[in-house]
Design a protein around this ligand. Structure first.
Ligand code: NAP
Ligand code: FE
Length: 366
């Protein structure tokens, strides 16, 4: 028996000029924007200038918060929300990779709920939010089309998915902004997108709609393999990587992520390993552990690979081996991961602490 709900309310505008021509979108969304972005990249790749010029054209005022850090912490979100409230901003534009786009969702919740505390932001209950417009400048997280936001919790030494379900109203995706992304960030973020496709496809919560997107995403990823290995990207490659990442975001907006994401968070928090690379490092052994081999074979075929070993070699070439994790680290991360009920539930068969430690060890103690 088949039962599922499909809900992806974000309007996606994709292609060159998606932001530059967005004056009408900004005008319809609100009267004053707070733009949230990182310290440097949006000033260099043209995205911030395009947002400001479209806002000016629309006659929509704005304030700028440009201190979003990578893997943002909740305290910085609170600082930006204070600025938004003082300026009477009524919508949020997040420009950047997953960090500023997630951050925008947190600010949007705090604009509407001034009494919201740190715990409310992380643990709920689910709250409403001001409208968010996401301008993606990396091709990886798919945050522009998901209701997720991940914040670093320095009290508990981990990263947490907040509970609110805030889809951006618009996702503005112009691949030109990614043209000067370093090869390293391009690879790490592309592997994040791949892990969204893979985990969403193998997840307990997968449904025919998310699988349809995932299969499409695998085919697009296949076209990007050579550029990723060579580290040189044409505009068409950049387009494909961004499309793949947005589609992968749609997959996890329905199906969620599971073990690699949960296992990757401590690698990022404690070892500073980039989010996508962290997921990619454990992906092969995670897939070895997955029991649905027929789905696995279908996925490999769409990726243009004949075996899981070939996928493993491809990931090794892209990501290199990680030598900075020891057995003691693995014991600690595994005992934390076994408490991550949501991620474990989204893996379709039972998982023990030893299973997790085994995946870590085979991936990281080579
Ligand atoms: P990011 O942390 O947003 O950015 C990484 C780096 O790339 C920053 O130094 C940034 O510089 C730079 N950068 C961004 N765009 C650039 C461009 N076009 N050209 C040159 N440099 C650029 O990286 P990310 O991998 O996209 O996002 C990771 C975050 O997203 C993590 O916190 C992760 O947990 C989260 N995430 C969220 C979801 C979701 O569904 N919401 C899914 C997966 C991951 P600046 O700081 O100067 O901008
Ligand atoms: Fe991710």
């Amino acid at each position: 028996m088949m039962e599922f709900t499909y809900h992806m309310p974000t309007k996606v505008v994709f292609g060159k000029g998606a932001v530059r021509n967005a004056a009408a979108i900004f005008k319809e969304t609100g009267s004053k924007a707070i733009i949230v972005t990182g310290r440097h990249s949006s000033k260099i790749n043209g995205s911030l200038a395009d947002v400001v010029s479209a806002l000016d054209e629309a006659g929509v005022a704005h304030v700028l918060f440009d201190e979003v850090e990578e893997n943002p912490g909740v305290k910085t979100v609170q600082k930006a929300a204070e600025m938004a409230r003082e300026a009477y901003a009524d919508f949020v534009i997040g420009i950047g990779g997953g960090s500023p786009m997630d951050f925008a969702k947190g600010v949007a919740v705090l604009i509407e709920n001034s009494e919201c505390t740190y715990m409310d932001l992380i643990e709920g209950p689910p709250l409403s939010a001001a409208p968010v417009i996401a301008v993606a400048t990396t091709s990886g997280t798919g945050s522009e089309v998901t209701h997720y936001a991940i914040f670093t919790d320095y009290e508990e030494d981990t990263k947490k998915n907040y509970v609110h379900r805030i889809f951006p109203r618009y996702a503005l995706c112009d691949p030109s902004y990614t043209q000067f992304l370093s090869s390293e960030v391009t690879v790490n973020t592309a592997v994040d997108a791949l892990s969204h496709l893979v985990e969403g496809y193998m997840a307990t919560a997968a449904n025919p709609m998310s699988d349809m997107h995932a299969r499409n995403g695998f085919e697009i990823f296949e076209k990007c393999k050579r550029a990723l290995l060579e580290g040189e990207f044409s505009y068409e490659d950049r387009e494909n990587l961004m499309l793949c990442s947005t589609i992968a975001g749609m997959v996890i907006s329905q199906a969620g992520t599971s073990l690699p994401h949960g296992m990757g968070y401590p690698l990022t928090y404690f070892k500073g390993i980039a989010h996508g690379r962290a997921n990619g490092l454990v992906m092969r052994e995670y897939l070895e552990f997955c029991s649905d081999k027929s789905k696995l074979r279908g996925m490999l075929k769409l990726l243009g690979m004949s075996s899981l070993a070939e996928l493993g070699e491809f990931l090794d070439k892209l990501l290199g081996l990680e030598k900075n994790v020891n057995a003691e680290d693995i014991a600690r991360y595994s005992s934390d991961m076994i408490k991550n009920v949501a991620k474990l539930r989204n893996h379709p068969c039972p998982v023990s602490e030893e299973d997790i430690a085994g995946i870590y060890a085979k991936s990281l103690l080579r």
